[in-house]
Design a protein. Sequence first.
Length: 351
Amino acid sequence: MKSPFTKALMDWHSSKNTRIMPWKGEKDPYKIWLSEIILQQTRVDQGRDYYNRFIKVFPTIQDLANAPDQAVFKLWEGLGYYARCRNLLHTARTIAAEFGGQFPHTYDEIMKLKGIGPYTASAITSFAFGLPYAVVDGNVMRVLSRVFAVSDPIDSKTGIQKLNTLAKELLDPEYPGIYNQAIMDFGAVICKPAAPLCNSCPVQNICKAFKKGMVEKLPIKAAKITRRKRWFYYFLVEKKGQVLIRQRVEKDIWQHLNEFVLEESPRKQTTEKLLKSPSIMAITQGKTFQVSDISMEYKQLLTHQEIHGRFIHIKVNESPAIPPGFHWVKWTALKKIPFPKYILSYLGKKR
């Protein structure tokens, strides 16, 4: 027998849920997986365009598996959290090689794939195969925390366990995919993070947070994010319409993306001091160069890091020493090369 919450939610979904998304109702596990990976750290409005472009360029998982790394990273450019893109490629190639290009059909097999956790595995198995696995994302946590007045922090072990148990108990086993879509949509359009639509909420009469006046206080988070501050000063070393770039290969932010000559500092630096930095001195080796542009200060916030810095464009006439890993690229070719958002923000003003 369905709980009052589940019944009210399913009724709302069938009669009043007008949220439209290109992957909604999708049965192809490849497209479901792709949408879920894109949306892991991305707003739906932004993710929709990326999803449509990916499906157009790589209509099947085999197409994605066969694609060159740099082509996929270029298409991903601007979405950030590039580990998702690396995992996307790894998993596509695993499915192509080990499963004949067919997405595995069981929760346990899907969970073994790189970059897929319980939430994504539940989404794929319930949407594509109709298996009874409950999704628990941020929207679901918020809805359940409020309706059932769960005061444990949603990022604590106890809170996660309570919410997962609730999600499993409330799942409609006959229509798990529809239920999962309904509760996620409900959290996005009715039980929103700020200014929830309590007056038009179909579960207002059973919502414990509403009765206790706690809607704005729930859910609770315990952890506070502390960000490490880093200063990235990029030198665009130009010679006859070409500029030095390299691919970041270290296990750090922006791995596999490209960058210019970098001088990193733990604190803010003056341009005069930067021009005498080891990075530039090693390249110019005493040869003359001209500073053609010094940018404004740029900033990008990552989950655990805060990147600050400037871009310094220098022009050399004589052939400079090329640092290991770097190569010359024409200015006109830069638009085809994947860069992190921090660099793209600057290039967007230079083009």
